[in-house]
Design a protein around this ligand. Structure first.
Ligand code: KIV
Ligand code: NA
Length: 281
């Protein structure tokens, strides 16, 4: 099947077809989610938390994003070639100046193999979005709970709960669309507000903790798979218990090694070399 483009995603919104998006951080996971029919793969800066052990997304660097994106690119290229690949612009890579933002977006495409980039922020980042798009790189916006602004927001809390904040969020989402963004992530906002924004915007909305009326949904793949036992926010549905499965598999391996039950005959090699060398007892 041919690769989904930004135009295909727009057509999906217009046709009322939901967009399924998930994060991936390496080639193996990219290949797996692609084979499962995912529409959009996001190399999220959540990599800092899910794979690199940080407590937030703030320490993630542009070079790290490029490293993970390039791995995901290679995994997708070995798969169906259908999924659309977006890479997050990490904290510090687009906030200081528009010129830097454009240069860094281009690195994610040129070196990471991304087809589009995602930036957090609404109308304050309209100019950044406009300039990256003008440079030929499609931009996905991200409004609501924007984890790179966790200190400003005062924590990972639901956004847009009162009238004034909801108006602001709508204005931010509109600003992203007006600046040329091809889609926008709505994170942790009331479902009714997400529904209203989705109806108002000409571009697809992709929700996470934003109710069922968005044009698509995104989840962090570790959360969907149940990789991290201690982490289960309200907006996550676990479609697997892969963390448990890994625990059981590795326990069985450890036990087999200790009891000399692994390897067995079928995992062992044999040859004449030792006999020839007269090393056989
Ligand atoms: O980094 C990430 O995983 C994200 C998604 C949750 C939208 O930005
Ligand atoms: Na992110």
């Amino acid at each position: 099947p041919k690769r989904l483009s930004v135009n295909d995603l727009l057509r999906m919104k217009q046709a009322g077809e939901k967009i399924a998006m998930v994060t991936a951080y390496d080639a193996t996971m990219a290949r797996l989610v692609d084979a499962a029919g995912i529409d959009v793969v996001l190399v999220g800066d959540s990599v800092g938390m899910t794979q690199l052990g940080h407590g937030s997304t703030l320490p993630v660097t542009l070079d790290q994003m490029i490293h993970h994106c390039a791995a995901v690119r290679r995994g997708l290229d070995r798969g169906s070639g259908r999924a659309h690949l977006v890479c997050d612009m990490p904290f510090g890579s687009y906030q200081a100046s528009v010129d830097e933002a454009v240069k860094n977006a281009m690195r994610l495409v040129a070196e990471g193999g991304a087809e589009a980039v995602k930036v957090e922020g609404g109308h304050d980042y309209a100019e950044v979005v406009r300039r990256i798009v003008r440079a030929g790189v499609p931009v996905m916006g991200h409004v609501g709970l924007t984890p790179q602004s966790v200190h400003k927001l005062g924590g990972y809390v639901v956004q847009g709960k009162d009238q004034e904040k909801a108006q602001q969020l709508l204005a931010d989402a509109r600003a992203m669309a007006a600046a040329g963004a091809y889609a926008v992530v709505l994170e942790c906002i009331p479902a009714e507000l997400a529904r209203f924004i989705t109806r108002q915007l000409p571009i697809p909305t992709i929700g996470i903790g934003a109710g069922v009326h968005c044009d698509g949904q995104v989840l962090v793949v570790n959360d969907l798979l149940g990789l991290d036992d201690g982490f289960k926010p309200k907006f996550v549905r676990r479609y697997g218990e892969v963390g448990k499965a890994i625990g059981e598999a590795v326990k069985a391996y450890v036990s087999d090694v200790r009891e000399a039950q692994f390897p067995a005959e079928e995992q062992s090699f044999h040859g004449q070399s030792l006999r020839l060398l007269q090393l056989v007892e």
